[in-house]
Design a protein around this ligand. Structure first.
Ligand SMILES: NC(=O)c1ccc[n+]([C@@H]2O[C@H](COP(=O)([O-])OP(=O)(O)OC[C@H]3O[C@@H](n4cnc5c(N)ncnc54)[C@H](O)[C@@H]3O)[C@@H](O)[C@H]2O)c1
Length: 357
């Protein structure tokens, strides 16, 4: 079934991979609104490859090389577009957006641990992006289905302390009984976005699915994120290999291809704003991750921590039962395969002159 789909923040890491999946389904008309504050312009994407075929009224039209799909790209702040459509601000000169079968709301200030810890008010703008999004969705656009990208950062940090952690279950956040303290302004805005999702469903009748991705990684992820950054150090045969903090902190790594499949499954299968973890269910420390990368790269070097870097919570991993049992999603790319891909890509980055930090 061909669909008309909007991806806000579609030029970011998750967005590009999601657009690739949607294009691969054939026949879809995919719209992107992204201000390129951190995203990559469509002309620079590696996957999917887009060919610009024209521009009209602020909308760039692109063909997807190798697929029967059309991508329309609007370079704009989503908040400005939505506020203009809501009549809150003067028109931007864009045509009104069409009706959408699906909207994946990914536009967000993220930026990795350094931004989350060191520029929390910049991240707080996500509250404005999400609140404007849901108002626009309820009053103007009324898409048939919405996916809200929350995060594992919405979980209470006291469940993620060293030695006291356990697999985080969706019900560890209960809007009726217990919320807890989420992870800084990033976690607060995601938790609030989840609350808005629930209201959008209950009071405004919208179909919304919510995902809480854990540590999505992929070979082409920006090197401000730990997975590709460590892969780059290892591909450069650093000896010793450094990781941030003690390296004992754990995360739950899930490959972006799998994460995008989960986003599709939740958007298409969930309506009542219930949240679904996206994770492998396995906790991996940064020391273990880097040591495995060294092993798969085929050399020997110790892995050591680094003081003075932001590290986040001590232990974070998912209970992956709900999405498996209710939607049949499961991880298909094991960590070793993801590491091999990341190392291959890191070597190509080195060949292009990208230096490890
Ligand atoms: N990558 C992960 O593992 C992960 C984990 C948990 C949650 N998430 C969530 O998934 C979503 C996407 O994450 P990502 O990793 O792709 O982040 P990203 O930073 O790569 O992408 C975000 C995109 O939003 C765009 N953007 C920011 N503000 C905008 C605005 N006002 N208007 C239009 N575009 C705007 C940026 O230019 C960028 O392209 C985010 O909501 C994030 O919180 C991702």
């Amino acid at each position: 079934m061909a669909r008309r789909i909007l991806v806000t923040g579609g030029c970011g890491f998750v967005g590009r991979h999601l657009v690739a999946k949607l294009a691969g389904e054939g026949g879809n008309e995919v719209w992107i609104i992204d201000d390129l504050s951190t995203g990559k312009a469509p002309a620079d994407w590696e996957v999917p490859r887009l060919r610009a075929v024209g521009e009209q009224g602020g909308i760039g039209f692109h063909e997807v090389v190798g697929h029967d799909a059309v991508v329309r790209f609007i370079r704009a702040d989503f908040v400005a577009v939505a506020q203009a459509e809501l009549g809150m601000t003067p028109s931007l000169g864009l045509e009104r957006l069409p009706a959408f079968d699906e909207v994946y709301h990914l536009a967000s200030v993220v930026g990795g641990r350094n931004v989350i810890d060191n520029d929390p008010l910049a991240v707080g703008i996500d509250l404005a992006i999400d609140s404007t999004f849901f108002l626009w969705a309820a009053k103007v656009s009324r898409p048939a289905r919405i996916l809200y990208a929350s995060s594992s950062a919405a979980y209470p940090v006291d469940l993620q302390e060293a030695g006291e952690s356990r697999a985080l279950h969706e019900d560890d956040i209960s809007f009726e009984k217990r919320l807890g303290l989420p992870d800084y302004t990033y976690g607060w805005s995601k938790l609030t976005g989840e609350y808005l999702s629930r209201i959008a469903h209950a009071k405004y009748g919208l179909n919304v699915g919510v995902v809480r991705p854990f540590s999505g990684y992929g070979e082409d992820q920006d090197v401000v994120y730990p997975f590709p950054a460590i892969a780059l150090r290892v591909a450069a045969r650093r000896d010793p290999v450094r990781v941030w903090g003690s390296g004992h902190q754990t995360r739950d790594f899930v490959h972006i291809d799998d994460a995008c499949d989960a986003c599709l499954a939740v958007c298409r299968g969930v309506s009542d704003a219930r949240a679904f973890n996206i994770g492998s269910g396995v906790a991996t420390s940064f020391l273990t991750l880097a040591a495995r990368m060294v092993e798969l790269e085929g050399y020997a070097a110790p892995v050591l921590g680094t003081e003075g870097k932001p590290v986040g919570v001590a232990e974070r991993y998912s209970d992956a039962t709900r999405i498996r049992e209710e939607l049949g999603w499961r991880q298909t790319i094991p960590l070793d395969d993801g590491i091999r891909r990341a190392l291959d890509y890191a070597r190509s980055r080195l060949a292009r002159g990208v230096e490890p930090d």
